[in-house]
Design a protein around this ligand. Structure first.
Ligand SMILES: [Zn+2]
Length: 157
């Protein structure tokens, strides 16, 4: 994967901004250092995924075969680190009205099926009755779904 090579600077501090992603263990951020041509890991206790959230760190640059850490543009003052912003021009796809209605209809159909099952158990299976809380829960879920759908239709453009 190609990495960006020219870091931008933070207008507040004048320091370079290196961006990366949360490392797989969740407690660190993995940034690509254009000087060392490798990743540096820094603790990221905030866990923030807001690209506007920057924190200052001392450079983790190290001496390599071709580079001295002290030649790094980040060596003296460190760098600001943050999360890579989401790609522009790739809007997250919103579901269509048709898809939303199909999804609501599907949920209501499943709720109806469970209610029929509850009634069937209560009616036909001896010494067994479906718990009242289940019926209550199912009824509440339907009410929530219908309320959300009504709200959506009222607020839709
Ligand atoms: Zn470095």
């Amino acid at each position: 994967m190609k990495e960006t090579t020219t870091p931008t600077t933070d207008p507040k501090t004048g320091l370079y901004i290196l961006r990366g992603t949360i490392a797989s263990d969740g407690s660190q951020i993995k940034i690509f250092c254009s000087h060392c041509n490798q990743h540096h890991y820094h603790g990221w206790p905030s866990g923030s995924v807001d690209p506007g959230h920057l924190e200052h760190r001392q450079a983790h640059c190290i001496d390599t075969l071709n580079n001295k850490a002290t030649d790094s543009p980040f060596w003296d003052h460190g760098y600001m680190i943050g999360i890579v912003p989401p790609a522009k021009g790739v809007p997250t796809r919103r579901i269509t009205d048709e898809e939303r209605r199909a999804s609501v209809a599907g949920a209501l159909r499943i709720i109806r099926e469970i209610e029929e099952l509850i009634e069937e158990v209560n009616r036909e299976v001896q010494n067994e009755s479906a718990p009242g809380w289940l019926k209550h829960y199912i009824g509440n879920r339907r009410a929530h779904i219908l309320t959300a759908e009504q709200h959506h239709q009222r607020t839709a453009e």
